[in-house]
Design a protein around this ligand. Structure first.
Ligand SMILES: Nc1nc2c(ncn2[C@@H]2O[C@H](COP(=O)(O)OP(=O)(O)OP(=O)(O)O)[C@@H](O)[C@H]2O)c(=O)[nH]1
Ligand SMILES: [Mg+2]
Length: 314
C-alpha cells in the first residue's frame, strides 16, 4: 500500500467512496463505456486504482471498495487511504432507503478523517441510481429523498465545500456532466477553454457543440438554445457508443465522421486523434441551418483542436 501512495506523488488524487453496492465501480466503467463489465460487476476488493490523463495532468483515481471490513481498515489508517485527496466523490444509492442511515454515518467518518488529516478537499455527493425511469415514474418521491439527504449532508459537512449531483449509469450524460464539473475544478484554465469553444461554435454558426475527451469527460460545451442542449445531451451516449462500435471494426480514418439528420437538425460527430500525445477528442455538433457547412469544417476542426491543446499546455 505504501507503494501505491508513493506512486501518486505529483498527481491529482481523486477519491471515490461510499458504501458497498453504491455504484462507484459501475460509474467508472460507464465513463469508460465498458458496459459489458457492468453486467458482471463484482464488489471491489480493497482499493482499485487507475491513473489517467486529463489535459496535461495525471489523475490518480482511487475507488475504495465499500464493504464494512474495508471501511474499518480505511478509518484505522486514514493517512494511507484518505491523505492527499484533492477531490472527494461520495456515492449514495438513493434506491436503498434502508441503508441511508449507514451511508450518512460513513460519510460522517470520512469527513472526520479529512479534518484529522487537516485536508479540506471539495466534497461532491452523487445521489446515484437516479434512473431515468424512476425520475419519470416517481419524481416527487425522489425529490423528497434528495431534499432530506441534502440537508443532513450539509449538517455533517459543515464548512466543507460541497456540491450535489444526480446520476445514473442509465443516463451516461448525467455521469459525464457530474464528473467533468468535478474534475474541471482542478483546472484554472477551464474558463479560457470555454471561451475559445464559444468563439469556435459561433464561427461555425452552429447551435451546439460539445468536446469530450477519451474518458468521456466534457471539456467544454456551447449551446445556442435549450433545444440544441437537450438534443446533444440526449444523443451523446449513442454517438459515443456507435463510434466505439466502428472502432472495433477497424482503424479510424482521418476523414471519418458520423452525420445524422433527424428532428430538423443535423448532427456531426467526429473524433480527432492528436498524434503528438496519442490522445483523442470527440466533437459533437448540432446545427439546424446550412448543414452542408459541416462537410467542410475538417480543417477548421483540426486547427481549433490544436489551438485548444496549446491553451492547455501553456
Ligand atoms: N439501478 C441502478 N443500478 C446501478 C446503478 N449503478 C450501479 N448499479 C448497480 O449497483 C450494483 C453495485 O454496483 P458496484 O459498482 O459494484 O458498487 P460499488 O459501490 O463499486 O460496490 P463496492 O465495490 O462493494 O464498494 C450493481 O449491481 C450495479 O449494476 C445505477 O445507476 N442504477
Ligand atoms: Mg466497487
Amino acid at each position: 500500500m505504501e507503494y501505491l501512495k508513493d506512486q501518486s506523488i505529483g498527481m491529482h488524487k481523486i477519491l471515490f467512496t461510499g458504501l458497498d453496492m453504491a455504484g462507484k465501480t459501475s460509474i467508472i466503467h460507464a465513463l469508460k463505456r465498458e458496459f459489458s463489465q457492468i453486467i458482471n460487476i463484482e464488489p471491489t476488493k480493497g482499493i482499485s486504482r487507475r491513473i489517467f490523463k486529463l489535459f496535461d495532468k495525471d489523475i490518480s483515481e482511487w475507488d475504495l471498495g465499500g464493504q464494512q471490513k474495508y471501511r474499518i481498515s480505511y478509518i484505522k489508517n486514514p493517512n494511507l487511504y484518505f491523505d492527499g485527496t484533492e477531490v472527494a466523490i461520495y456515492v449514495i444509492d438513493i434506491l436503498n432507503h434502508a441503508r441511508i442511515p449507514e451511508s450518512l454515518s460513513y460519510f460522517k467518518d470520512v469527513v472526520y478523517q479529512f479534518e484529522r488529516l487537516k485536508i479540506n478537499p471539495p466534497i461532491n455527493i452523487l445521489f446515484h441510481k437516479c434512473d431515468p425511469e424512476l425520475l419519470k415514474c416517481k419524481p416527487n418521491e425522489v425529490e423528497e429523498i434528495i431534499t432530506n439527504l441534502t440537508k443532513q449532508i450539509k449538517d455533517i459537512a459543515k464548512n466543507n465545500k460541497i456540491r450535489f449531483f444526480q446520476t445514473s449509469i442509465y443516463n451516461l450524460y448525467s455521469l459525464m456532466n457530474a464528473v467533468s464539473e468535478i474534475l474541471l475544478q482542478l483546472y484554472p484554465k477551464t474558463q479560457i477553454i470555454q471561451r475559445s469553444i464559444e468563439e469556435f461554435a459561433k464561427k461555425l454558426n452552429c447551435d451546439g457543440l460539445m468536446i469530450i475527451d477519451d474518458n468521456s469527460l466534457i471539456v467544454g460545451s456551447y449551446f445556442e438554445n435549450k433545444s440544441a442542449k437537450f438534443l446533444l445531451q440526449e444523443s451523446i451516449q449513442y454517438f459515443l457508443t456507435l463510434n466505439d462500435c466502428f472502432l472495433n471494426l477497424g482503424n479510424l480514418n482521418e476523414d471519418d465522421q458520423i452525420l445524422v439528420q433527424k428532428l430538423g437538425h443535423h448532427f456531426l460527430f467526429k473524433t480527432i486523434i492528436l498524434k503528438e500525445s496519442s490522445s483523442s477528442y470527440h466533437l459533437s455538433i448540432i446545427k439546424a441551418h446550412q448543414p452542408y457547412d459541416l462537410y467542410f469544417v475538417k480543417k477548421e476542426l483540426r486547427f481549433f483542436i490544436e489551438r485548444f491543446i496549446d491553451i492547455i499546455n501553456k
